[in-house]
Design a protein around this ligand. Sequence first.
Ligand code: TXA
Ligand code: MG
Length: 316
Amino acid sequence: NVKTIVTENIEIARALLLKGKLVAVPTETVYGLAGDGTNEVAIQKIFDAKQRPNANPLILHFSSQEAIQNYITEFPEALSSLCAVFWPGPLTVLLPKSNLVSPLITAGHDRVALRVPSHPLLQALLKGLPFPLAAPSANRYGSISPTTSQHVLHELGGKIECILEGGSCTYGLESTIIGEENSQVVVYRLGGITLEELTLHLGYIPPIKNKEATNIASGMVKHHYAPETPLSFYNPETPFDAKAAYIFYKDVPQKLISSSFLILSEQGDLKEAARKLYSTLHALDSQGYTQLYIEKFPDLDLGSTINDRLERATAK
Ligand code: TXA
Ligand code: MG
């Protein structure tokens, strides 16, 4: 076991990363577990710390769109114009990898996942490094992504040397993953950039391929993003359970007014609800409830992303 320090100092983080060590870093989506994306020893440490199977590829994080050039062999126009609009931000793109990218990063696949995050502290860190950062979400494999340094400490404390303190993540949900198939943009994971936003820029609704058994993205695994306490969708017919906690979007049903319940956004703001979702699940998970119930969200904008995560988290 190592002592895990939590610091706002990017020089400490930079020095560790240059030595091939891991640092948990804040992003606008969720905290990531970062290491030198060009160093196979560092990359393998990421899989080990998370207990993540090597078959699940990692995202490379860069400071700018220009910085990705040497790591890819092609950048189709449709994808580069979406990146120009949404980077820096919660969009990840799959592109044909150059031989600078280790097969450990891509789990042997031809395409590499790349992202330019917007969090100012991570931007500053990336600008001072001579390599991109490989970073999956900083949680143990299968559990909920961390949106605060406290969550990371709870998940990986004692396993990594440093957590860069960057406050609460503003999106609170992972990035959207896109790529191209037969000259058409395809969405592999719903995330912080919504289907509606992509549609507006593309002029067509990109197909969502996040359920295919052939797909390798771990975010597509059915049971994923789950708290330890059993989680189910709330359904008005379910008998009242005094040992359960209930989570609602903006209103609590009258009959549950005296139960343990939480509302994610009184105003009905999906961005606010998304930002609070994982931290609410993290908090309720440690409070001794035997069951958590959560209401299904309206199926639009970030509500679709939230429902995607909830479907996986409630899957048996
Ligand atoms: O918002 C995010 O994307 C966060 C922050 C830290 O950037 N990262 C994140 O990473 O969510 P991770 O590893 O937890 O999820 C990345 C997903 C996984 O489902 C992985 O399988 C998929 O991206 N992925 C990565 N590289 C891929 C590739 N070459 N082909 C297909 N899927 C890939
Ligand atoms: Mg993850």
